[in-house]
Design a protein around this ligand. Structure first.
Ligand code: GLA
Ligand code: ZN
Length: 678
């Protein structure tokens, strides 16, 4: 099903928005005004139909495509493309009323009422059939339409359903996975508390009213939810492709922190290109750089999901959201900076939610390109228009890639397992924070970063960072061992290599599958209260550590640093092990920012990972490239001006064609897109 991306939508950057003209059918002058404003803002794509089911099928079996015919026809006339959505993210009330099985059941086994969105059962045969009918009709009518360039399947798939149909599907899924109940009982260690199942029908999804302590069950349920969501998605795809459609297909994904429910490594195998919706909380006081680096992390993750293929920024706000704790406006410069940051990390588009602000209902105060005033005179419109002009100068960058020497290992299964398991720190294991901190050390130095999942080939990287890889199978660990043996450098931390895929602990010692490569044998792990800390001293630095302190013996590794207090003072904090042609590094505790900074300076020097440009604090660099040129995005993410030394570079400003000066001055939230000259 997958096609090469490069560049999927031509030598142009896409610029556009979710567009919901069906909300405005009773306001006849709105649509033509919108088109005129879109042209003015250099919009070349809109996503239509996302929640349009009731406007397309107001009564069961009665279809009203005429308005959509008109919308697509006029878009084509104006040279604006469309991602055509399937409307399954929300459904009409008539359907919930006639077929209650389409509604979701909560973990407490309550049937939801009609309402909200994303409130459907992914297993329901009725919902699947209704979706298939709708999708096939959309495809019959619009595939091949000159405006339509791709399918936007549903919207932000997420959530889970615990109805009887889903329970049955879960049991079948388990039978496929384990074959026998005996195998399931062993994998889940159910003899504990006499939880052994003697019949498949006894297995139920996790519930606060029932079982939540069998971690293998909880993990498998989460895996099932991903598989069942993908299965539903594939039924949607089958329907749009039943007409012979070969348009590229995507499903818009969400930010990692807000959304940990689906294994996107798996989901991404089934889309033609990744797209995602990014809503950072810019301008949180004191957090500008961390917000920028967290957002960059998410962009890098999205690009990595399909191994480096460019992605699309499918949604972002042109100004503010209305669902974050504070609805903050973007300060001058931030719209361009945040948009180009996505491009810098591999996006070939900048798209918004939404084009025109709704008049009523829950998102009426969410930022939009055209606000309630209905004009192009706003600061927001002018920012969007300015960006549209900028994007027209970046067409050569579409389809270029981000090349990285460093990758971070990440898996959703590990995230679930770390969070789910009880002990050693039920007050918070801070796995995402740890990822964030390691990423930040690379980001702030302007180093390109990929993500890979355990088991992936790592041979192209000089350095692999594997923070808190608690769940690691033998086979996944073997890939890491081979990588180091062949000359790679691996950084592993405390709480790694503890369990296999069913959360069964590896016997023979923590970190056992990695022990050979790391040359350490961790014995115990200490949980520290919030506010409690230990101190460490190591080659290149000193600092504090907190949260978790592992106590380890070495078995061949060189000790580069130790704890300096508590009863394990003198025990290794940082070690390095020569294994084959490479190095296995091990960090026994969670360092503070100062210690982590020192540690990364040491590590990057040994791994010979160099930033492309030396940049002052608060400036980040990301590089895209093809055979002809390198494109350097130089971004000042702070409210203070900054100066970047370019004296040893020969760079042109892509927007103006002018040579960049030896000393580049960046205003607050300023960004330059530079191109190497030969
Ligand atoms: C999500 C949804 C949109 C809209 C925006 C608001 O990304 O996909 O429909 O609700 O959030 O920020
Ligand atoms: Zn269900």
């Amino acid at each position: 099903m997958t096609k090469p991306f490069n560049p999927l939508f031509g030598n142009r950057m896409l610029h556009g928005a979710d567009y919901n003209p069906e909300q405005w059918l009773a306001y006849p002058d709105v649509f033509e005004k919108d088109l005129a404003y879109m042209k003015e803002a250099e919009v070349n794509v809109v996503s239509v139909g996302i929640f349009s089911w009731v406007s397309l099928e107001p009564e069961e079996g009665h279809f009203t495509f005429e308005w959509m015919d008109h919308v697509l026809h006029r878009l084509a006339e104006e040279g604006i493309s469309a991602f055509l959505a399937t409307p399954t993210g929300a459904r009409p009330a008539w359907m919930s009323q006639a077929y209650p099985e389409v509604l979701r059941t909560t973990p407490e086994r309550f049937k939801n009422l009609h309402g909200e969105r994303h409130n459907h059962c992914p297993t329901s045969p009725v919902y699947r059939e209704k979706a298939a009918i709708m999708n096939q009709k959309l495809s019959e009518r619009y595939d091949g339409h000159p405006a339509v360039i791709g399918w936007h399947i549903s919207n932000e798939y997420g959530g889970e359903c615990h109805c009887a149909l889903c329970q049955e599907a879960f049991r079948e899924w388990l039978q496929d996975r384990y074959g026998t109940l005996k195998a399931l009982n062993h994998a889940w260690w159910t003899t504990f508390w006499s939880h052994t199942y003697t019949d498949w029908s006894q297995v139920e999804s996790p519930s606060p009213l029932g079982e939540q302590s069998v971690h293998g069950l909880v993990l498998d349920w989460k895996r099932f939810v991903t598989d069942q969501t993908i299965d539903f998605y594939l039924k949607e795809v089958d329907a749009v492709q039943s007409t012979g459609s070969s348009l590229p297909i995507t499903a818009n994904f969400m930010e990692m922190e807000l959304f940990e429910g689906l294994d996107y490594w798996k989901f991404a195998e089934h889309v033609d290109f990744v797209s995602w919706d990014s809503y950072p909380d810019w301008h949180t006081p004191g957090k500008e750089a961390p917000t920028a680096s967290w957002t960059a992390l998410n962009h890098d993750m999205m690009r990595s999901l399909r191994h480096g293929q460019p992605f699309l920024l499918m949604e972002s706000t042109p100004s503010m959201t209305n669902w974050q704790p504070m609805s903050k406006l973007k300060k001058p410069g931030m719209h361009e900076l945040s948009s180009l940051q996505a491009v810098a990390h591999g996006s070939d588009s900048v798209q918004y939610f939404q084009w025109r602000q709704s008049r009523g209902s829950s998102e009426k105060f969410h930022g939009a390109v055209i606000g309630h005033d209905g004009t192009n005179r706003t600061r927001v419109f002018q920012d969007v228009k300015h960006l549209g002009t900028t994007l027209t100068t970046l067409g050569d960058i579409a389809g270029t890639t981000v090349q990285a020497d460093v990758c971070i290992l990440y898996s959703w299964a590990n995230l679930w397992a770390v969070k789910e398991t009880q002990g050693p720190r039920n007050d918070g294991m801070h796995y995402e924070d740890t990822l964030r901190e390691h990423y930040h050390e690379l980001w702030k130095r302007g180093i390109n970063i990929d993500f890979r999942k355990p088991g992936d080939d790592l041979s192209r990287y000089k350095l692999v960072i594997a923070p808190m890889m608690y769940m690691l199978t033998e086979a996944e660990a073997a890939v890491l061992r081979d990588y180091v043996h062949a000359g790679g450098q691996l950084l592993a931390t405390y709480w790694s290599g503890v369990v296999g895929e069913s959360d069964l602990v590896h016997l023979g010692g923590r970190v056992r599958p990695l022990a050979e490569a790391l040359g350490v044998e961790p014995l115990e792990i200490d949980g520290l209260y919030d506010g409690e800390q230990n101190t460490v001293s190591f080659t290149g630095g000193t600092g504090s550590v907190y949260d978790l302190c592992e106590i380890t013996e070495t078995n061949g590794a060189e000790v580069l640093g130790t704890y300096t207090s508590d009863f394990y003072a003198g025990s290794p904090f940082l070690t390095k092990h020569a294994y084959g042609g490479g190095l296995g590094w091990y960090v026994a505790a969670r360092p503070d920012a100062h210690a982590l900074d020192r540690l990364y300076s040491l590590l990057l020097a040994e791994a010979d990972v160099q930033p492309r440009l030396q940049v002052p604090e608060g400036v980040s660099v990301s590089v895209r490239e093809d055979e002809e040129a390198e494109y350097l995005f130089i971004m000042n993410v702070t409210g203070e001006p900054a100066v970047v030394d370019l004296s040893s570079e020969q760079l042109d400003d892509v927007r103006t064609g002018a040579a960049l000066p030896a000393s580049l001055h960046l205003d607050a939230y300023d960004v330059r897109v530079a191109r190497t000259t030969n």
